[in-house]
Structures are given as C-alpha cells and as structure tokens.
Design a protein around this ligand. Structure first.
Ligand code: K7E
Ligand code: CUA
Ligand code: CA
Length: 629
C-alpha cells in the first residue's frame, strides 16, 4: 500500500520552512497528520475536514497519455464548472480543454445570454446570472450513454439544466419552485425516465415568508423532472435533508444521502448525531401514490409525503426507506452491476455498502447493510472500474483509495482488509470519476481526481489558485494506480462524466429544421418598419452581412434576425454591436435573433467577432441611429 509522505521532500526530516512558505500552520499540519492514525469513529470531529493538505513527492507514472497533434482523444470528459455556472469539455487522456458550454452564466464567445432565445431560456429559468453547477450526468438508454443530453444542477438557485449533445449547447433550464439548493442531479436508469434534482437546503414549503424561524417546519424535496419537456412531474418531501444521489440500474430505486437528519441549522446541530441517512426512494410506489392522488399540490406540483411518519411509509411497501449510515455521509453511488449502493462517510472513515435487492427482503432496512469497510479519512465519493473495484476520494488524507467490494463484504466491518492500495493526490480531492463509470460497463482505464487545492503545483497566479484535476491510470491492477498528469482548472469543477467518443455524435453544421427561427437567405433580406418597431432580416457569410447600412430612429425597438449561410464546418461568425452590449454568434446554418432598443444615436460598426477569413476585419456594416429631433 502506498503511504503518504510525511514531509515535503519525502526525506522524513523536518520541513518546517517549507510548510511556513506554503502558509501551512505547523500545528494544523501536525493535527491533520496525526489524524491518519485514528481508527474508529470520527463523529463530531469536523476540524479534521479542514485539515491542511500534506505535500508528497511523487514520480509521475510512465503511462503514455499523450495524444499526438492532429489525433483525437478516446473520451470526452464533461466537467462541471462550479460557480462559473458552465460545463467544460476535455479530451481524455490528453486533458486538453476542447470546449466550454455556458449554462447558468452569460458568456460572450458563445453569445449565450446575448440573443433572444438564450435570454428567454435564462429568463424562464429564473433570470439569474450565475449558477453553481456540480453534477453533470449524461442521459442513458439501457444503462449506456446514448449521446442525447447532459443534465446539470444549479445548487445556488434550485434549478436543473439540459444540454443538447447534438450541438453541445444548453437548450432548457427549469426552475424547481419547491427546491432551494438543487445539489445532486441524476437520471433514473436504465433509460433516463426522469431527471432528479436532489434538494439540499431545507426551507418552509412553500417558501413564501411563512415559518421563517421555525426550522421544524422546513423540508427538502426530491424533484422528478421529465427529460423531454423539462417540466417538473412530482416532488417527494422527506425528513432531514439530501445531498448526493444516484439511481439503481433497474428503474426501481433512487438513493440520496442525508447529512442533516438532525434538522439542524448550524454545524454543531448538524453533526450531533452519530448516524444520518441514506434514503431509498421506491419509484413505482411513489408513482402509484401520485396516480392515486395521494399528494398535496404546492406551486402546481404534486408533493408526495415521504417523511418518516407519513401514512405512505406505514406498512409493507414504504415509498422512502431510511437507512442509518455513519455521520454526515456525502456521496452515494450505485455499482455498475446495480447490486450495491455505497454511501461515503465524510466524518467517518468508512463507506457503507447496501445490497439493493435486500431492501425488499428485510423488515428493517438497516439489515440491507452488508459491509462497512474502513477506507481512510474523509471519504467523499466512490466510482468504479468494472472489475469489482471501488475508488473512493479521501478529502482529509488527500488520497484516492482503491478497494474490493466483494472483499469488503466478506471482511470484518471497520477493518481495512478490503483496501488494495492508496495513491496521493494533490490535494484534497472532492469527486473522482472513471471512464463510463455511471453506466453498467465502465472501461476501467482512466480516472480523474478533481482536487480542490493545488497549493504548490503550478506557477503562482495570486491568491486564487486553480484547482487541480489529476489524471490517474487505473488499467493495470498489477502496477497499481499511476498518476499521469496535473491539469490546472478554473474554479471549480465538482463532478464529471467521462464518455467514450463512440457514444456521442455532435453535428458540425446546424440542421435548420432543429431551429425555431426560419433561416434568412440572400433573397430574404428585408427591413420591416411598423410603429416604432424595426425588424431587420439579414444573413452573414465571409465577408459580409446582408446589408451594408441600416438606418433606424432613436427609440426604435429593433429586432435583427441573422443566419450564417455558410455550409462549411468551423466557419463561425457573430454580430457584435459596440456599445449596445450585443454579440450574437452564429455557427454554420444557424439563425439567431436579438432585440434591443436603439436608445443611443450615432454610428455603430456592426462587426464579426470571430476571426473567420483574411478579410474578417472588413466584415462589418453600419448601424445608423438617427437622433429623435
Ligand atoms: Cu462537491 Cu458532488 Cu456538490 Cu462532493 S459535491 S465534492
Ligand atoms: Cu465573420 Cu469574422
Ligand atoms: Ca448529521
């Protein structure tokens, strides 16, 4: 088993100077270091979650991850952008950043938030200008990525978004009215029947000013959304809160961790109990309750009562089973075969393994717990290689641990008998993700550890550091895990999905039939004026817009519809209007529209902001805004 290096340079001697340089308080360092020796419960010891990372001198593995110039990666990795509100696309194994997809944010290069349609999507989604995107989940059919969509949550405002993988573009955002803090986002498998938003923050319901200081009345809900319409279908309210979720593979079960079974409103209260919950939602039973009208309606959404005292949980077929797991669990994830759901302890040094089929056989759902292996300090998330191994991120230990699921079931609880090896990561990993890990067939070659801190790993860039997404090769059980590459990343990805390139077929040119607006060709250009409204229909191509000049009156409401009439891939144009805060991108065969009030008289050079040809700079037209009088 690989051991952490106790000192900066691995020589076993005091590195106080090095620590001071990093700003690491020596006592904190000792405290965190001492913690590695602790076995047994960590209940209530939240200080350790703040443990400073330890440095490690580690030779990178000699696995070749390079992708020669001109060649393609084998996988797409979709990384959430955290509070940047976007999704990033990387190639794996090169870790080259291929694209960014704006979702909850406004972004100039993709023109997201600058044309009428994207503004409307953002407006319908609540009108916020940022989001906190954590959990990107690709849609699946028959437990395999199907290349249709990628879904992602907004923890900040209680929303779910859908990205079309045909165009790598956000196409819907739904505001979940009964949910504040949508944390987990996951598809119900095998066929993505629903997308679930997992509600983290407990609030009064409806949250309209009632029960302000009466936390006993607060509640959190699991929200089911139809992936086709992106409309909410039903909510299930529960006791405690919820954090991360995952689906079983057979369409029956959905699981979510709960770290606040106490219903506390501060850290002390939320960590009071030695156990919290993993909740198992029985979907057919919930759907039956909805069908039978056994719900109350809040904000036009049927809310089914899944609290512990609910009549729907009384009897042989409860709609939500509450399973006791050690203190403040974080990740929950189902293994590729759909046999087990694994909850990670966070404040405990174990993972809890629940055998899913047993939930039907036992009277007490706690009897479905089949293993509790000790894995290390601060376990957060678990992913899979398809060879029976689990990989769990250890936030406090700054490690990834590989362990054997079946061995954990055979071994004594609270022993580390199932641990195969540990590898240092730099530093403090949150999520980790393996290729095709959410499907029933993980590839077991690459794993990315999404580390929260990068400390000394890169050239310093001021007080805000990049996070560090480390690529680890897991394809050789004899050699063990091999650290291959550090990737500095803008803050801050939480989770990711790695999808084989054969599972996605993005279009290179828009199919006009997929767009709501009719294309404007060279024969269709016109300016329609009516009652202070001006509609300019024009096209764009190398190196011109449909009109050389357009004249409008100060105060006119102007709509410009513009089509990129190019048919060759990679030729993107935009319509930028200086001082009007407009940059509408159009990819080949794309039509976009923008509406604005011409409230500033003067000459404005509408220009193309994509460098599209040798005469790109000449690709411009005048917008002439005549003063009122
Ligand atoms: Cu950051 Cu999945 Cu939102 Cu754990 S969550 S790290
Ligand atoms: Cu079109 Cu530059
Ligand atoms: Ca708790």
């Amino acid at each position: 088993m690989a051991q952490r290096q106790p000192t900066a340079d691995g020589d076993g001697e005091d590195d106080g100077f090095w620590l001071a340089e990093l700003g690491v308080d020596r006592r904190d360092f000792m405290k965190a270091g001492a913690a590695t020796g602790i076995v047994g419960s960590m209940a209530g010891c939240t200080d350790l979650l703040n443990g400073e990372p330890e440095p490690a001198a580690e030779a990178p593995g000699d696995v070749d991850h390079s992708v020669p110039p001109g060649e393609h990666d084998e996988y797409y990795a979709f990384l959430s952008g955290g509070h940047s509100g976007e999704v990033r696309v990387y190639g794996v194994p090169s870790m080259r950043n291929l694209m960014r997809i704006p979702v909850f944010n406004i972004e100039g290069a993709r023109g997201w938030g600058y044309d009428d349609e994207s503004r409307e999507i953002l407006e319908e989604g609540g009108g916020y200008t940022w989001g906190d995107a954590h959990h990107p989940r690709p849609s699946q059919t028959d437990n395999e990525y199907d290349g249709r969509w990628l879904f992602i949550n907004d923890k900040a405002n209680g929303r779910l978004a859908r990205i079309s993988l045909k165009y790598f573009e956000t196409d819907a955002i739904v505001d979940l009215p009964n949910q504040q803090g949508t944390h987990g986002s996951c598809a119900l498998l095998p066929d993505t029947k629903y997308i679930f938003g997992v509600g983290e923050f407990r609030v009064p319901m409806p949250n309209d000013g009632r029960d302000l200081d009466d936390p006993d009345e607060y509640t959190s809900v699991l929200s089911a959304v139809d992936p086709e319409t992106m409309n909410p279908v039903f909510d299930v309210k529960v006791d405690g809160n919820m954090d991360n979720g995952d689906s079983g593979k057979e369409g029956r079960w959905f699981f979510a961790t709960d770290y606040n079974s106490e219903g506390g409103i501060n850290e002390e209260e939320m960590t009071r109990s030695d156990t919290d919950y993993l909740k198992a939602f029985d979907l057919p039973a919930i759907e039956e309750a909805v069908e039978n009208g056994e719900y109350e309606e809040v904000n036009d959404i049927p809310v089914v009562d899944g609290t512990k005292d609910s009549p729907l949980n009384d009897g042989d077929n409860p709609i939500v089973r509450y399973i006791d797991v050690p203190t403040n669990p974080h990740g929950s994830s189902v293994d590729p075969d759909g046999n087990y759901v694994i909850a990670s302890g966070k404040l405990d040094n174990t993972c809890t393994v629940i055998e899913i089929d047993r939930l039907d056989e036992v009277d007490d759902p706690n009897d479905a717990i089949v293993a509790q292996p000790e894995v290390g300090m601060g376990p957060l998330h678990t992913r899979y290689d398809g060879r029976g191994h689990a990989y769990t991120s250890l936030f406090v230990d700054s490690q990834v641990v590989k362990w054997d699921i079946e061995q954990a079931i055979e071994a004594e609880d609270r022993t580390d008998d199932a641990v195969i090896e540990k590898i240092d990561v730099h530093y403090n990993p949150g999520h980790l993700i393996a290729s095709q890990s959410f499907t029933s067939d993980p590839r077991g070659d690459w794993l990315i550890s999404l580390n929260k801190l990068s400390m000394d790993r890169f050239l310093p860039v001021g007080p805000v550091h990049p996070v560090n997404d480390q690529l680890i090769y897991i394809g050789d059980d004899d050699e063990g895990m091999q650290l291959v590459k550090d990737t500095p990343t803008y803050p801050e990805p939480h989770d990711a999905a790695i999808v084989h390139k054969d599972n996605i077929e993005p279009e290179q040119v828009y199919d006009p039939d997929d767009l709501e607006l009719d294309p404007v060709g060279p024969q269709d250009t016109e300016v329609v004026r009516e009652d202070g409204r001006v509609h300019i229909k024009m096209y764009n191509q190398r190196n011109e817009f449909g009109f050389e000049d357009v004249t409008v009156q100060e105060g006119d409401e102007v709509t410009i519809t513009t089509t990129n009439i190019e048919t060759s891939q990679n030729i993107v144009h935009s319509l930028a209007i200086p001082q009007y805060d407009i940059n509408v991108k159009t990819a080949p065969q794309e039509t976009r529209e923008v509406t604005f009030t011409a409230d500033k008289p003067g000459v404005y050079w509408m220009y193309c902001a994509y460098f599209c040809s040798a005469l790109h700079l000449e690709m411009r037209s005048r917008l002439l805004v005549e003063p009122e009088d």
